[in-house]
Design a protein around this ligand. Structure first.
Ligand SMILES: [Zn+2]
Length: 465
């Protein structure tokens, strides 16, 4: 008998964690962190299964909502093998070390607050430390190429396909035998739109009996990428030509590399006005190095550039600032600077001091290139708050604020329906990784366009394959 149980990313977009049991073999697909509205306090709860009984952990990609609890899994007894692509392994390493650093900071703050409230005992220790992350990478990983069929015990095979979401991202195909027939269950992971700037796009497959598909943007379609690129370029040019500065709060992974590549293109095409560009994020600097390391995972144009010793993410006006001192020095640059810094939703990180120094000046522009969750500083700026509080100081928002939506790393409704339509004999379809209302809309669209009945997965409820 084969079953699947979701212990995260069921009617929410974070905490991805799905347990597949095929006979005596237990396979976990992702072990992500709960974030924002998904309830980050859930990260500290014990797993609802025994980590010591898991034989294999397959990681779809290195976003924290898919890998963020892996060090906790090992801390809590997981002794099995981890399977992923090579870029996912390498990116996960820098992402989890950064996560351990942030958890340590958060722990210190929580502890300080708890001490003032008089209930210090409740806050016992950080979720995990750098040492736990090191243990994750001291383990033997099984690295797979796309479409390399890998044999597990009990006649089970695992194959990864390119999900086109971020570098190294994969969907997972698990083939197993039941009553002498071979069956296949597929987990989409997060899938990318077929229109991406720098990576190879999503692979299509035809065979699956059961599909678990993400539904992040199951309720809508994105604006065209071409329009977004033009909007981005125009905003940069206009701001620099009036001697203003551009702030780009950016996620370290993928989005930053897309921005760098676009700026590089502008430079090569003589479209970039005279300026200094600062990549002010140690994590993004490390991530960009990894993008250069695996050209085979990038699209043909970038692969060609890298194999001919042209770094597609670098150009003469770019300065990478690793240290805090270098970051503070950027404040002395009065005009014509483009500053790319994290965090992407302005919830912390170096972008905070740049916003404090430049948000009040109407010559400047803040370009948001990613989704801003409710409750974040990024969202308040987009929503048009006249004043925002940064480091305890009221800052007036006079800078121009632009939101560019077409860079999404996720497929939209049309893209996902198109991907599902490739499957020839699909018997069961389950929706995961989405907010409940959006999943309802997605499920209806699937029924209308493909005539499949899709089931929305419930947290902790097992289904039989
Ligand atoms: Zn993702």
């Amino acid at each position: 008998m084969a079953t699947v149980t979701s212990y995260g990313a069921a009617q929410t977009v974070t905490g991805s964690c799905h347990l597949v049991k095929i006979g005596p073999i237990q396979i976990l697909i992702d072990c992500g962190m709960f974030q924002g509205d998904g309830g980050s306090e859930n990260n500290y709860k014990p797993f609802e299964f025994d980590p010591a009984e898991i034989d294999f952990l397959i990681i779809t990609h290195a976003h924290l909502d898919h890998i963020g609890r892996v060090p906790k899994l090992i801390k809590d007894g997981f002794k099995g093998k981890i399977i992923s692509t090579q870029p996912t392994h390498d990116i996960a390493n820098i992402m989890l070390l950064d996560s351990a650093r942030i958890l340590k900071e958060e722990y210190k703050t929580l502890r300080r607050k708890a001490r003032r409230r008089g209930d210090e005992e409740r806050i016992s220790e950080p979720l995990y430390t750098e040492d736990h992350v090191k243990e994750v990478f001291a383990k033997k990983w099984q690295i797979l190429e796309y479409f390399q069929k890998h044999k597990l015990p009990k006649h089970i095979h695992v194959t990864l396909g390119n999900a086109g979401h971020i570098m190294g991202s994969a969907f997972v195909m698990i083939d197993y035998t039941e009553e002498k027939t071979t069956k296949r269950v597929v987990f989409s992971g997060d899938i990318g739109s077929p229109h991406r700037l720098i990576i190879d796009t999503l692979d299509k497959i035809e065979e699956a009996d059961t599909l678990f598909i993400e539904s992040t943007y199951g309720d809508r379609n994105h604006r065209s990428l071409k329009e977004s690129v033009n909007e981005f370029k125009q905003t940069i040019i206009t701001t620099l030509e009036r001697n203003g500065n551009v702030l780009i709060p950016s996620f370290a992974l993928e989005r930053t590399q897309e921005i760098l590549w676009l700026l590089n293109k502008m430079f090569e095409d003589n479209e970039l006005p005279k300026c200094r560009v600062f990549l002010d994020s140690p994590l993004a600097i490390k991530a960009t190095r990894l993008y250069n390391k695996y050209p085979v995972h990038l699209n043909d144009e970038l692969e060609y550039d890298i194999s001919n010793d042209n770094d597609p993410f670098s150009f003469p006006s770019l300065e990478s600032t690793s240290t805090k001192e270098e970051s503070m020095l950027i404040n002395k640059v009065k005009e014509r600077a483009i500053i790319i810094a994290g965090s992407g939703m302005c919830t912390g990180g170096r972008i905070m001091h740049h916003l404090k120094h430049r948000l009040w000046n109407k010559l400047n522009t803040v370009i948001f290139v990613g989704f801003q969750v409710g409750g974040t500083l990024g969202r308040r700026i987009i929503d048009g708050d006249e004043y925002v509080k940064i480091y305890g100081e009221d800052i007036v928002v006079k800078a121009q604020v632009e939101t560019i939506n077409g860079f999404s790393a996720h497929a939209d409704q049309n893209d996902m329906i198109e991907w599902i339509s490739n499957f020839k004999n699909l018997k069961n379809l389950y929706l995961i990784h989405g907010e409940a209302e959006k999943m309802e809309i997605f499920s209806e669209a699937i029924k209308n366009k493909l005539n499949y009945d899709a089931t929305i997965m419930q947290n902790g409820v097992s289904i039989e394959l």
